[in-house]
Design a protein around this ligand. Structure first.
Ligand code: ADP
Length: 453
């Protein structure tokens, strides 16, 4: 079978071109034939009418013609070619004067035929009729006649044009097919390259048509794939790193206790417990993320009053805020439409955002929790007057294990908080966004649906 797209397209172009050119050639050929016959016939008839009326004008009657006819074959202009046969001359009373058809001139019945009478006029008086046995256009041209030779030349020219047009169609079709199939071939090679592990491989975008869009989508997909793979690698390394730190503390202490190098006391047990708890949290977080990735995060959706959920979150973190010297206020009008969400998960997200806000706000600063409607969503905001986020960090802060402040890499924060918040919010049909001005503070916004999604 035809395996190449280019070949298929070339053949398709060729078939279409040949069919249309052939159709045009046939139609033109037939039309030329009819028109040409008509022309030749009209000219023959016209000449004959002129010669007959001249004859009558010169002789004053048809009598001389009759005499000539009796004596011999008649005047030269009535001796017609076989393809123009069938001339009958009638006088003004439509009596036959002359006929070159078989049969007697004087009143003998004429052979059947579709007669066609043309009046012969001298000085505005009808002096006779020319009767032709067939309309001129219906006559067949005889072999060897110059008319037929002309028609044959026209036919040859048409055939040559068909051949030339077909050759041109093959050439143009081939060029066009190549132009169409080239980017497809490039895309195939690029797909194979990606399949063989060359993630991020790009193709040149040559046009803005569907193939150009396909190339752009491929480039985007290839980039995303490379980034996802890079993130996955980074995440595995981060997980290993985050597990190793508390584990090595636990191992160090337990070995020392086991060897008797260290005597157990409540402080050591406290440390061991807190490191184990840290590991537990990390594993819980990772499990939650993987459930959210698989769209299997269990949710207990309920109707939640926006003002109430913010009040409760503020109450839960008031103490920590006070300890950090940061004011924590709620600014939410009552009577907002209820949000459809899982109350515990929503409290977890808000807690996360408030904890971050407290952590990144200097004493004396303020954190404001707001609620407002927008379309068929309610927007919950956690706004702080803290350090803000560097614009270079901003696009990545919802990524897993991303920590903006590199100096805090080993602070014990996992860098999973915002990634988890994003997963939970999106699992409930919401959107989380951030706006931040370094030095002036950050605002995290949750847009949550007020109707079940
Ligand atoms: P972490 O566990 O490090 O807090 P998060 O996912 O919660 O991880 O946050 C990711 C990064 O986003 C943080 O390391 C920090 O740089 C930045 N960030 C988050 N919230 C705030 C905030 N309110 N103000 C300034 N920076 C913030």
């Amino acid at each position: 079978m035809l395996r190449s797209l280019g070949l298929k397209l070339t053949l398709a172009f060729l078939i279409v071109a040949i069919l249309s050119v052939a159709l045009v050639a046939i139609l033109i050929g037939q039309r030329t034939m009819t028109e040409f016959n008509q022309f030749v016939g009209d000219r023959f008839q016209h000449t004959l009418v002129e010669q007959l009326t001249d004859y009558y004008a010169n002789n004053g009657s048809w009598r001389g013609l009759l005499d000539e006819r009796r004596r011999g074959p008649g005047p030269r202009f009535l001796r017609t070619r076989p393809d123009m046969a069938g001339i009958i001359l009638l006088d003004a009373n439509k009596k036959v004067v002359f006929s070159n058809l078989p049969g007697d001139v004087n009143g003998a019945p004429l052979p059947n035929g579709a007669y066609h009478d043309v009046a012969l006029q001298v000085n505005n008086q009808t002096v006779g009729w020319l009767r032709l046995d067939l309309p001129p256009a219906n006559r067949a041209l005889i072999a060897g006649s110059p008319e037929l030779a002309f028609l044959n030349r026209v036919r040859i020219a048409t055939i040559l044009s068909v051949v030339a047009a077909s050759l041109l169609a093959v050439l143009l079709g081939w060029l066009l097919a190549r132009a169409i199939s080239k980017p497809v071939r490039e895309l195939t090679l690029a797909t194979q390259a990606v399949a063989q592990g060359q993630l991020g491989h790009q193709v040149t975008i040559r046009s803005h048509d569907e193939i150009g869009q396909l190339a752009a989508s491929f480039n985007q997909m290839s980039c995303d794939l490379a980034r996802a793979t890079q993130l996955r690698r980074q995440m595995t390394a981060d997980i290993a790193h985050d597990l190793r730190t508390p584990l090595s503390v636990i191992l160090g202490y337990t070995e020392a206790l086991n060897d008797g190098k260290l005597a157990g006391d409540s402080e050591i047990y406290e440390t061991l417990h807190s490191e184990a708890q840290h590991l537990n949290h990390l594993i819980d977080d990772l499990r939650l993320l993987s459930l959210a990735d698989a769209k299997e995060l269990p949710l207990n959706l309920d109707e939640i009053e926006p003002a109430e959920v913010l009040q409760r979150a503020a109450a839960a973190h008031q103490m920590r805020a006070q300890q950090a010297g940061v004011a924590l206020e709620v600014d939410a009008p009552p009577g907002l439409p209820a949000i459809i969400a899982d109350p515990e998960r929503l409290a977890q997200v808000l807690g996360n955002l408030i904890n971050n806000a407290i952590r990144y706000t200097e004493p004396g600063g303020a954190i404001r929790l707001r609620a407002a409607t927008q379309g068929n969503t309610v927007r919950l905001q956690v706004q702080d007057s803290g350090a803000g986020i560097d614009p270079t960090d901003l696009p990545y802060i919802f990524d897993r294990f991303y920590r903006g402040d590199k100096a805090r890499q080993n602070s014990g924060e996992s860098g999973l908080g915002l990634a988890i918040a994003k997963s939970i919010v999106e699992a409930q049909g919401g959107i989380i966004t951030v706006e931040s001005t370094p030095g002036a503070g950050s605002t995290f916004t949750l847009a949550l649906p007020t109707e079940p999604v």
